[in-house]
Design a protein around this ligand. Structure first.
Ligand code: ATP
Ligand code: MG
Length: 367
């Protein structure tokens, strides 16, 4: 997959800007606060229909303007396609594929697949379980439209169930709906768990090889999938998982009604990450956490390739800073295939050999 051209119009600190890219490495360089991450964000938005920074769509519009757009010419499965997002201060954002308006962001799935590494990804190692569920969800949603649909339905029913558990004191009749919701949620959980367990196994296998090379053989990374009640989900089909999920749910039914919270289901999942058998969340150093996060992202990219026989576009924002020269060159060796966007400050440009295209960004303009 490649992004051939990107057109920005009043997006963030850009006004009108067109950039052409190579299908290999594109180095986005410049001083701080010039618009490097903004450019990565634009590509990410067209791939996923959302930004990776936690802001609303209106914040993407240049402060001095009322509307904005991002457009890209891409090649995916050997077909040329156009993706576009339009933003306005007084309307909802609009998405277009080949100039035809689409209804939902999910219709973008599979057109432009991206794997992003940004400095915030250290949270994968250090923060709570929700970040790691998001990692699984975003990767699996790009790979499997069926997963995306299951997850959306799960989230919708989870919200319903939470409302039942919270509001039943005022409206006791609501509890009659609980059993139906529980059954459906367990069925959906079984599907999500089935996909996640397989994905986590593959991720662990690949990321640990990458992390070992990355750390000169000194560190062994391990990722274990953890789901409700310590259940072993590996190599189990959804219908084999369902009875155990229903049992777990039944055991927690009274506690759920008392606490007003859903205590059983796939929303509790996590990935446990160990480096040399020690829990990374508690004990990893800054450098170890960064190395592990990059290894996980590179593994995610390999999984996409293995599945689709086409490399997803790799977006690396600020990956080189904080890495020693040896680890930097390891990253550069690993990104020889497929299209890559990598931001860095001007000093780091020399790290890249010929064959890469350097795009200097200055005050919202590509030079
Ligand atoms: P760094 O090297 O520090 O990471 P960067 O080149 O990645 O810098 P960006 O994050 O792309 O910088 O941001 C560039 C500038 O864009 C920032 O100064 C930011 O304030 C500005 N900016 C962000 N949103 C908007 C907006 N909606 N309108 C105008 N400017 C904006
Ligand atoms: Mg930046």
């Amino acid at each position: 997959m490649t992004v051939e051209r990107l057109y920005l119009d009043c997006f963030r600190n850009y006004q009108k800007c067109t950039v052409e890219f190579l299908s290999a490495i594109n180095v986005i360089c410049g001083k701080n606060a010039q618009g490097k991450t903004n450019l990565i964000e634009a590509i990410y938005y067209l791939a996923t229909g959302r930004t990776f920074r936690s802001v609303g769509d209106k914040e993407l519009i240049n402060f001095d303007f009322q509307s904005a757009s991002i457009r890209a010419d891409i090649v995916s499965s050997e077909r040329e396609q156009k993706l576009e997002a339009r933003f306005s201060r007084d309307r909802r954002r609009e998405l277009y594929v080949n100039d035809v308006k689409i209804k939902k962001g999910s219709e973008l799935t599979g057109r432009l697949t991206v794997v992003l590494f940004c400095p915030d990804d250290l949270t994968i190692i250090k923060d709570g379980a929700s970040v790691r569920r998001k990692l699984m969800d975003s990767c699996l949603s790009q790979l499997r439209p069926a997963y995306h649909a299951t997850l959306s339905e799960f989230n919708r029913l989870y919200d319903h169930k939470t409302r039942i558990l919270k509001d039943h004191h005022e409206k006791p009749g609501l509890l009659e709906l609980l059993d139906d919701h529980n059954l459906r949620l367990a069925e959906l959980s079984a599907k999500l768990i089935y996909y996640r367990a397989a994905f986590a196994g593959e991720l662990s296998k690949r990321a640990s090889i990458i992390h070992k090379d990355f750390s000169d053989g000194r560190e062994y990374l391990e990722i274990n999938y953890k789901t409700v009640g310590g259940m072993d989900a590996s190599n189990k089909k959804p219908d084999e998982l369902l009875p155990q999920l229903l049992l777990h749910q039944e055991k927690h039914k009274i506690a759920e009604i008392r606490s007003g919270q859903c205590l059983s289901g796939a929303h509790k999942d996590d990935l446990e990450i160990f480096i040399n058998k020690i829990a990374a969340r508690k004990f990893a150093s800054q450098g170890q956490a960064r190395t592990a996060a990059v290894s996980i992202k590179l593994a995610e990219r390999d999984i996409h390739y293995e599945d689709k026989r086409e490399y997803p576009v790799l977006l690396l924002d600020d990956v080189l800073s904080e890495l020693d020269p040896k680890r930097q060159s390891f990253v550069l060796e690993r990104i020889e295939n497929g299209q890559v966007f990598i931001t860095c400050c001007d000093d780091a440009v020399a790290t890249f050999s010929g064959g890469a295209k350097t795009i200097e960004i200055e005050d919202g303009r590509a030079i």
